[in-house]
Design a protein. Structure first.
Ligand code: NI
Length: 239
C-alpha cells in the first residue's frame, strides 16, 4: 500500500472515530502498516478560488488523499461558484477571507461587518451551512474588534511567502524548514507555483508520516474546542 493511502485511511479512520460513526475496533484499516507516529498538519490557501490553479490543486489533493482549508475571497467565489462547491464536495474546509480582501486592521465596525457578512452570505447561498471561519487578510484585525467576529479566526505558523518568490523550489524549501506537527501553513492557490509547491510538500511529508487535515480537524484532533473571536496559529490552541 502506498504511504499516502495509508495516511489517507488513517485519517479517515480517526476522523470517523471523532464524529462517532465507527466503533473503535474497526476505525483503522491496516494498522500494522501505519507509520509509528502520525503527525497532523494543515495546508491553507488564501485569495482564491481561481480557475486553472484551484482546480489543478483539487485534482492533486484528491490523488494524494489530502485535505486542506480554503479561505475564499467573495469576489472570486462569486466568479467561480462551481469551484467553491467542488472544494466543499471534496471534503475540504471552506473559510471566509472577506468580500474584497480588505484590511480589517484599522477598519470601522461597519466595514468589518459588511466585508465579512457579505462573503458569509454568498457562501451560505452556495453551500448551505453557516459560520464560515475567518482569516483576516494579512492576518490582522484591530485588537478589541474581535468581538465583532462570530466565528473562530485562523492565522498561520508557517509562511513561505509564496506570493513574493513565486518559485516552487523556494516555497517547498521554506515550508519543509519550518513545518512541525500541528503547523498551519499559509499558501495562495492563485499561483501555479504555489500549487506545485503544495503538492510536492504533500508528497514529501506524507512519506514522513504526516497527514493533511483541515484546520477544523486539526483543532479537534488536539482536543481544542474552537471559539468565536479567538485567533488560531497552530492546531494546539488560540494565541
Ligand atoms: Ni489574502
Amino acid at each position: 500500500m502506498r504511504k499516502q493511502w495509508i495516511c489517507f485511511w488513517l485519517c479517515v479512520g480517526l476522523l470517523s472515530l471523532l464524529v462517532g460513526k465507527m466503533p473503535a475496533d474497526r476505525a483503522v484499516d491496516g494498522t500494522a502498516q501505519i507509520p509509528a507516529e502520525t503527525h497532523y498538519v494543515a495546508l491553507t490557501f488564501d485569495d482564491g478560488p481561481r480557475q486553472g490553479t484551484t482546480d489543478r490543486l483539487l485534482d492533486g489533493l484528491k490523488e494524494r488523499g489530502a485535505s486542506a482549508t480554503f479561505f475564499l475571497v467573495g469576489e472570486q467565489a462569486e466568479r467561480y461558484p462551481e469551484l467553491v462547491k467542488r472544494i466543499q464536495a471534496e471534503g475540504h474546509q471552506v473559510g471566509n477571507h472577506t468580500w474584497s480582501h480588505v484590511r480589517l486592521e484599522g477598519a470601522s465596525a461597519a466595514v468589518i461587518q459588511e466585508e465579512v457578512g457579505k462573503n458569509d452570505e454568498l457562501l451560505e447561498t452556495l453551500l448551505g451551512g453557516s459560520g464560515y471561519w475567518l482569516r483576516p487578510p494579512y492576518g490582522l484585525i484591530t485588537p478589541g474588534t474581535e468581538t465583532l467576529i462570530q466565528v473562530p479566526m485562523v492565522k498561520w505558523s508557517v509562511d513561505p511567502r509564496d506570493w513574493e518568490s513565486k518559485n516552487t523550489e523556494k516555497v517547498v524549501r521554506a515550508i519543509l524548514k519550518d513545518v512541525k506537527p500541528n503547523s498551519i501553513i499559509l499558501l495562495h492557490d492563485i499561483y501555479g507555483t504555489s500549487v506545485d509547491a503544495a503538492l510536492k510538500v504533500v508528497d514529501t511529508l506524507e512519506a514522513q508520516g504526516y497527514c493533511f487535515v483541515t484546520v477544523e480537524e486539526l483543532l479537534r484532533l488536539n482536543g481544542v474546542t474552537p471559539e468565536a473571536g479567538k485567533l488560531y496559529r497552530t492546531g494546539t490552541g488560540p494565541t
